[in-house]
Ligand binder design. Structure first.
Ligand code: GLN
Length: 319
């Protein structure tokens, strides 16, 4: 086993879980009206190792929308289909140093990276326009959903139509990002902006759970092979790129501090989910809706910081 004393490890996880449960900081996101209906008390932790050992605690099977935790995964799919060179001729690899939905492009007039909204909208445009121009919106959605399900070990994922409609209704900023990028000719030819944004909102509204997201994380930790189904879902070179950008850009404007303090690739989303990858060891999902001022789950971030005090998972712990 990759974690030989798994029972002991679970005890430590449990201790950290209870410690973080007391954390009542943060606010549930409200800019997408449907999201603020989530209870601030939800708190779940799930672990799945690359050899399939699993442990979960708390609210691990309650469905929530994946939101920005889809970004590394859709980026991975685009890399697999198009290769790094094509993808990165449209989107950069640099942390933006700004909010996730800031109206800003890098000095090449490209979105900074695929982990923030502008970059993720671009990745959706690539999936739609370059990777499958012949596919209808419906086919493209099914195709992408199927990828996510295979990342999760063939689990059925849901789709939250209320969140989708709610987000689309209040998406002035994402539309603004779209128009701004169109003004600067960022998009591939034949890209229909409205369809592309719809597709982006749909990817954000996929419904998953802590348990399922931990399995998706373990697929990344395992170089693209799902530990449960043993299916090769993504190429290792795609996963390498995904983890690199999660490491440097995954936690919004806290990414630099997170990489310094915690030192593992992670991606957070506005529904309070956090996808954490310990490469070659395991995937972890943390879920708790209250967010800090930068948009990361308060309990999720605390959990990671505690985890790294206890275990040497930091990228540079083993020197
Ligand atoms: N759907 C959200 C948006 O585009 C995703 C952002 C997030 O999770 N940070 O605004």
């Amino acid at each position: 086993f990759i974690i030989p004393e798994f029972q002991d490890f679970c005890k430590d996880i449990e201790e950290i879980y209870w410690k973080c449960k007391d954390n009542s900081n943060g606010k549930v996101a409200s800019y997408i009206p449907q999201l603020k209906r989530m209870s601030p008390n939800y708190w779940g932790v799930s672990v799945c190792t690359i050899d399939g050992q699993r442990f979960s605690l708390g609210d691990v099977s309650i469905p929530f929308t994946i939101q920005s935790c889809n970004k590394p995964l859709t980026y991975g799919i685009a890399l697999d289909l198009l290769g790094s060179e094509v993808v990165h001729s449209y989107v950069g690899q640099e942390p933006s140093g700004r909010n996730f939905n800031e109206l800003i492009l890098d000095h090449n007039k490209k979105p900074h990276n695929p982990m923030i909204n502008a970059g993720a909208i671009m990745v959706c445009a690539l999936l739609k326009t370059v990777a499958g121009p012949e596919m209808s919106l419906a086919e493209k959605f099914d195709f992408t959903m199927n990828y996510f399900e295979r990342l999760a070990g063939n689990e059925d994922l849901g789709f939250n139509n209320a969140v989708f409609l709610s987000e689309r209704e209040c998406a002035d900023r994402n539309y603004a990002l779209g128009f701004y990028m169109r003004e600067h000719k960022c998009f591939p030819e034949n890209c229909k902006l409205k369809e592309c944004l719809d597709f982006y909102f749909q990817c954000c509204s996929l419904e998953t759970s802590c348990d399922q997201l931990a399995v998706m994380g373990s697929t990344l930790a395992n170089g693209g092979i799902c530990p449960l189904s043993e299916e090769k879902v993504l190429k290792p070179e795609s996963v390498r790129d995904v983890l690199s950008l999660m490491h440097s850009c995954g936690m919004y404007d806290y990414s630099g501090q997170f990489a310094f303090k915690v030192g593992v690739p992670a991606k957070s989303g506005v529904s309070g989910g956090m996808l954490v990858v310990i490469p070659n060891v395991m995937g972890i999902c943390l879920w708790s809706p209250p967010l800090d001022a930068l948009g990361n789950s308060c309990r999720g971030v605390q959990f990671c910081e505690e985890l790294i005090k206890k275990f040497n998972f930091h990228r540079y712990d083993n020197l």
